[in-house]
Structure formats: C-alpha cells, structure tokens
Design a protein around this ligand. Structure first.
Ligand code: GLU
Length: 511
C-alpha cells in the first residue's frame, strides 16, 4: 500500500454505541495497526435533532474499555483538529457553494407544503415520490428561478437548502473492498440535501466527504447501511475534483439476530437476556437504561475477541486471539459479505475461556473491587488466590463473588439439605475430634493437612465422604466449593477452628 493508511471511526452521538458500531471501530483499528497507519475518531454531530447528551462520552469510554486506541480525534487532538463536526461548521458552507457554482448542486427554496403537494400528485399518479430530475424544475430552485431572484431570496433571509443535482441516467461504477464491483444508475437516486441554511449546518453526506478529504482518510470502513450512499459519495468526490485521492471503501456486513433474520436490535437482547451495548447506558433524557457487556461481567479482551470473529475469519481454526494477534492476522479480504449471526452463548464461551486462562495476578485486580463492594479488605495475593482456585467454574466476573465468598466470610446459615444429612449421629462428635486433630497441626499447608487428616480418617475407620461433607458444612455452610484442603489452607487454622466451633455451638444436631 503506497498511501499512508488513515482510517476513521465517525459515529454520530445519537445514543449508546451498538456493538455493531464497536465492531466497525475495531476493524478500522485493526486495519490501521496492521498497516502502521493512523486511527481517527471524528464525531459527526451535525444532526442537532438526533443529538443525545452523554452519547459522545459513552462512545469514548467504550472505545477505551475495548482497548481501541485513537491516534487523532476528539479527546486526543491532532493536525486536523477540531474533529467534532459541530465545531467545524464554518468550513462546510464554502464547499456547498463551490458545488453550486460548478453546477453540481443548487439552492432549493421549497416549503414543506409545496413538497407535500408534489408528493400527493405523485401518489395519485401511482408513483413513488422522489426529489430528482423530474421534480426539481417544478419547484422554486436556483435551476428554475432567475438569478436575481435567487440572490434576492438569499439576501432577505429566506430559508434554503443546497441539494446535489443527481445526474440523470448515468452509471456510477464503484469498487468496494468487500462487495467488489458495484454499478448503480443515477436515475434511481434522489437529490440529497447537502447543506441547510436553517441551522447553518451541512448534512451527513457533505460533512463526511469534506472531512474525509481534509483529514486525508485513505480507507472508509463502515457498516453496510451506508452502501446506498456510496454512489452519491463517489459523485461528490468527482464534483469536488478529488477523484485522485478518493478513499477506498469497505462496507461491513450486518450483525444479525441470533435467529438469523434481520439486524440485531436492543429488543432481541432484552428478549433473550443479553446486552447489545458495550457499557451500561442510562438515557439522560428519558431515564431508560440498557445493559452493557462490562457491567454484565464480560472481560474487554473476550468481548473484543468475540466481536472480531463476527464477520471476519482468520482462515484457520484458531478462535482465541489477543488484540496483537488480531492485528497481525486481520485483513479485509477475509471479511465476509454475508451478515454475521450474533450468538449470545458464544460470547459467554469466549468469556469463560478468558477467565480460565487468567493468572492469580491478573484475577486480583478484577476481584478486589468485587470484594470491596462486599466490605472485604484483603491482600491482592489472597484476592487472586481465591479467584484462581475457583476460576474453572467462572463464566462471567459476576460469578466471582458467589463462587468465592466462603473464603472471606464464615457461614452464618447452613444449607438445609446438607445439614439434615450430615449434622446427625456420630458426626458432631467426629467433627469435635477432627477439630483437635486440626488444632495439633503446625504446618497448615494443603498437602500436610490432607496427609494428617487422611491418616486420622483411616485410623478411625470413618468414611472419607462423611468426614469431608461434615467439614464442608462447618467451613462453607453449603455443598459447594473446591476441595476441602484448599479451603483449610486458605482460611488458616484459627478460622477453621472458629467455624467448627460455630457449627457445634449454633446448630442442634438432628435426631
Ligand atoms: N456518522 C455516520 C454513522 O453514524 C458515519 C458513517 C460513515 O462512516 O461514513 O455511522
């Protein structure tokens, strides 16, 4: 690739970022890193009607959580700052005017009533209405009005828009890095609005093309929903005389519902119990909330790994990829044309794989805030060790407390079934004797304690299960947890004896 690779993620702050948007950002990032290029973040906020407060902050925090680093853009700065389109508003009028002057665009003064009348007329004639070559001459535009009147209307402050003058019956031939060669006849397209005097702002199409040009973007990698805009974008590059530096385009396949048909939506997530957003979101205006992968207990690395494989495949059977491995393996050639079906269970599977592979040192910082939330202060070493002993049974980080709480808190209640089964007959006396055996042990390591206790069990002729289950009742209070000697070692002798005493003192044995 001769040209410097510069890609951008260009979200509109219209709400929380959907995981499809995160995947778009991720593919841009992987592509940039793979080719030693730059990753830009541009906020496309020219549609003031759809602007949602907090959405931009949400986008930035999501990218940070995912480990998608921005080289230039909002929050980072760079040679083409500002990167928020609402702060670039004075740039765009010049380009809109340039297109009008060159005959590629025109001023339109029509009112909503005038448009409605034409729409009705078309409907009555059984046609679908489109603002195009057939209609533009019938409306008050700079194509139909005398020059003086156009100038007078603008001068007196009438509202106007600039529309692109879509050529009639011309074939636009385009190349997409994923879709291949695409041709569209311009007669099927309408005259899109490029600029509005009402708010002195460009629309998406104009701002997007102008900024991609000014920011020297080399590749536009975005969702498939933008493919229908591609012919207009091609024509805009031509109209501006920027064909030579027009970026290459890659339109990514949709993320589909778990059932296959249609685009993955928040409703699917609500129905089936999985998030479609990276982070928890609360709308500042309506108060509505949406679940997020982070708060639901997913690790960012697992989430990213799962997303990367939704629409791209490495061409091998490998499934677990670190970010660096994704960067090394990624190519647009291996992005599929077909939509990628989202599988919530697979997301869980990925997370479980990552949880199982974490070392105690890596588990400690995940565990510490969970422990703190339950009022427990402990060392990183013990936090990591407790999680490490139980990690094979973890799927999400939200499982961590239930699976490890007994390491840190003595039971205050005892599972009824286990109590009924174990806390009777000779077991209370047996446990009292085991207490003395434990008390006499100096080296309380798992191995030594196990050896001493087993020898005692053998000498006494007890059944192993009988002893272990009774001890479990005392130390854990329930029929769960790891091997008993992991527990004895972790909580230590004093705590073991205390928990045994608690059971003996507080629970009356069954008949
Ligand atoms: N602002 C557009 C969006 O929200 C950007 C589309 C593009 O990347 O061109 O997706």
């Amino acid at each position: 690739m001769s040209r410097e690779v510069r890609v951008r993620f260009a979200p509109s702050p219209t709400g929380p970022l959907h995981i499809g948007g995160v995947r778009t950002a991720l593919y841009n990032y992987l592509f940039a890193r793979r080719h030693g290029g730059k990753m830009l973040l541009r906020i496309e906020d020219t549609d003031s009607q759809r602007f949602v407060p907090g959405a931009e902050e949400y986008i930035i925090e999501s990218l940070k959580w995912c480990g998608i680093e921005i080289d230039e853009g909002v929050g980072v700065g760079g040679p083409h700052a500002p990167y928020r389109q609402s702060e670039r508003r004075e740039i765009y009028l010049k380009y809109a005017t340039q297109l009008v002057d060159a005959g590629w665009a025109y001023y339109a003064f029509d009112t909503p009533e005038e448009l409605d009348a034409l729409r009705k007329e078309a409907e009555e004639a059984g046609k679908t209405f489109a603002y195009n070559y057939e209609v533009r001459e019938k409306l008050p535009t700079s194509l139909s009005l005398p020059k003086e009147e156009v100038e007078a209307r603008i001068a007196r402050g009438d509202q106007w828009v600039v529309r692109f003058k879509m050529p009639e019956n011309e074939v636009v031939a385009m190349d997409d890095l994923i879709r291949g060669h695409v041709e569209v006849n311009t007669s099927t397209l309408d005259d899109k609005v490029l600029y509005k005097s009402a708010d002195a702002l460009p629309t998406y199409h104009l701002a997007n093309i102008v900024d991609d040009h000014l920011m020297e973007v080399s590749h536009v990698i975005r969702g498939e929903e933008w493919l229908p805009s591609l012919p207009l974008h091609y024509l805009l590059y031509r109209a501006f005389g920027w064909d030579d530096t027009r970026p290459e385009f890659a339109h990514l396949p949709l993320l589909l519902k778990p059932t296959g048909g249609g685009k993955l939506s928040k409703r699917d997530g609500d129905k089936m119990g999985f998030p479609v957003f990276p982070l928890f979101w609360q709308s500042p205006t309506t108060g509505d909330t949406a679940r997020g992968y982070r708060e639901d207990g997913y690790l960012a690395e697992a989430f990213i790994n799962m997303l990367a494989l939704l629409g791209w495949n490495p061409g091998t059977k490998q499934e677990i990829f670190s970010m660096q491995e994704l960067i090394d393996a990624f190519s647009l050639d291996r992005v599929s044309k077909a939509g990628a079906r989202f599988q919530p269970d697979k997301a869980k599977w990925f997370n479980a794989q990552y949880m199982h592979n974490l070392t105690d040192e890596q588990l400690a910082p995940i565990m510490q805030p969970i422990l703190k939330a339950h009022g427990i202060e402990t060392s990183d070493e013990l936090a990591g060790k407790a999680a490490g002993i139980m990690k094979e049974r973890m799927t999400l980080t939200t499982d961590m407390w239930d699976l490890t709480s007994f390491f840190f808190v003595a039971p205050t209640e005892y599972e009824e079934k286990l109590t009924k089964k174990q806390w009777k007959g000779e077991n209370p006396a047996m446990l009292a004797e085991l207490r003395s055996v434990l008390e006499a042990i100096d080296d309380f390591s798992k191995e030594n304690t196990e050896a001493v206790v087993r020898a005692w069990i053998e000498a006494k002729g007890f059944a192993l299960g009988q002893v272990m289950n009774t001890l479990r009742l005392a130390l854990v209070g329930a029929g769960k947890g790891p091997g008993m000697f992991d527990v004895t070692e972790f909580i230590g002798k004093a705590e073991c004896l205390k928990r045994i005493d608690n059971l003996i003192k507080n629970v009356t044995p069954a008949e």
